[in-house]
Design a protein around this ligand. Structure first.
Ligand SMILES: NC(=O)c1ccc[n+]([C@@H]2O[C@H](COP(=O)([O-])OP(=O)(O)OC[C@H]3O[C@@H](n4cnc5c(N)ncnc54)[C@H](OP(=O)(O)O)[C@@H]3O)[C@@H](O)[C@H]2O)c1
Length: 335
């Protein structure tokens, strides 16, 4: 029987200290049955949801990892053996059996990535679930219209940097992001075309948002939750909209605001809508068409922080949670 190296959950982590809760081990690779392929993974995606799935609590839309068992997540790789009529040897495919070096995947659970449209790393970033989350959160969920003002939290990260750039390309009048530290903020304004960026670690966020959005925020794309959500609430336009993408501050931040702050949604008649990207799958062809065009024209910056080798998977996830990464966090496994 064949086997592969995989990242296993050794124990449940505390807060953002995740690397010490992971270990490397081997897991068996089943023989190929009709429709299955063996994939050599090249890159795997690091996502905040990976951290959430290490906890034992109930998840509404996915499964939790078991102690002693392997992690999983989005990955891209090359088909090296095939029993599939639609995925030939040599094809580059995206699937969900990452956090291991090789994976046996059914062809119904993998899609071919056209490298003429975007490089392999972009199929996990701008052209992957990351970009699609930003797209869904802005359009069907946020109902963004040209000329509107947009604020994005976690803007130096994967989804946030896409959300801000997509909003600009979709005609928003003002796009401002928040991120941790001056280098990330400078990257947003100098390279990604944000109108301004606010360093949430040093700024008086509520006042800074008041200055940046004198007429209020029409659409707030929130990746972070916590106090930044409250400060944005106080700066929404009447009938403003909040697209609730995630709350990454939940993992390490003890000082969280009270639910009493939500009264501001009443005073400002604000609509808050949470979403899960997988509910918007029918929009994927239109999304890939638009984003591959923006990549080809050079209008979209798709930056990744790449960690080398499966042994650095935990460091990559810890970097994501601590804000050390710029753009999309990826682990490189093979060429
Ligand atoms: N709804 C969906 O379907 C869906 C799908 C995918 C992702 N998401 C969500 O989208 C959000 C972004 O995901 P991502 O993959 O793009 O991750 P990411 O933004 O690349 O990484 C997380 C970033 O959050 C920031 N952060 C961490 N702790 C923070 C805190 N306490 N306060 C403020 N900022 C903090 C860090 O940047 P700084 O340096 O700026 O602190 C960090 O780099 C997450 O909430 C994720 O759960 C939702």
């Amino acid at each position: 029987m064949k086997e592969t190296t995989a990242v296993l959950l050794a124990r449940r982590p505390e807060g953002t200290k995740v690397a010490e809760a992971l270990t490397l081990g081997t897991i068996p690779l089943p023989d190929l049955t009709p429709g299955a392929v063996l994939v050599r993974n090249q890159y795997m995606s690091v996502d905040p949801s990976t951290r959430g799935r290490m906890d034992p609590g109930e998840k509404q839309y996915t499964t939790n990892f078991e102690i002693g068992g392997p992690l999983d997540g989005s990955a891209i790789g090359i088909v090296v053996e095939s029993e599939s009529s639609i995925l030939p040897v040599g094809a580059t495919v995206r699937h969900r059996s990452g956090w291991r070096e090789f994976a046996v995947v059914d062809d119904s659970a993998a899609t071919i990535c056209d490298l003429a449209k975007a490089p392999a790393t972009s199929w996990l970033s701008a052209m992957g679930q990351t970009g699609f989350t930003a797209y869904a959160g802005l359009l069907p969920v946020g109902e963004l219209k040209p000329g509107e003002t947009v604020f994005v939290t976690g803007a130096g990260g994967a989804v946030g940097s896409m959300a801000g750039q997509f909003a600009r390309l979709m005609g928003a009048s003002t796009v401002i992001g928040s991120a941790g530290g001056a280098p990330k903020c400078a990257w947003l304004t100098d390279e990604c075309g944000f109108d301004a960026a606010i360093d949430y670690r040093t700024a008086d966020m509520r006042a800074a948002l008041g200055e940046a959005f004198p007429d209020g925020i029409d659409l707030f794309f929130d990746n972070v939750g916590g106090w930044q959500l409250v400060h944005a609430l106080h700066n929404m336009t009447i009938h403003g909209r909040i697209s609730m993408c995630g709350a990454v501050s939940n993992f390490g931040t003890k000082d969280q605001p009270s639910m009493a702050e939500l009264i501001e949604t009443v005073l400002r008649r604000v609509t808050i809508r949470g979403f899960i990207v997988r509910d918007f799958e029918p929009l994927r062809p239109e999304f890939e068409e638009r984003v591959s065009g923006w990549l080809a024209s050079g209008d979209l910056v798709d930056r990744a922080t790449v960690f080398e080798g499966i042994e650095n998977a935990g460091a990559g996830l810890e970097g994501l949670l601590n804000g050390a990464n710029l753009g999309k966090a990826l682990i490189h496994l093979s060429d």
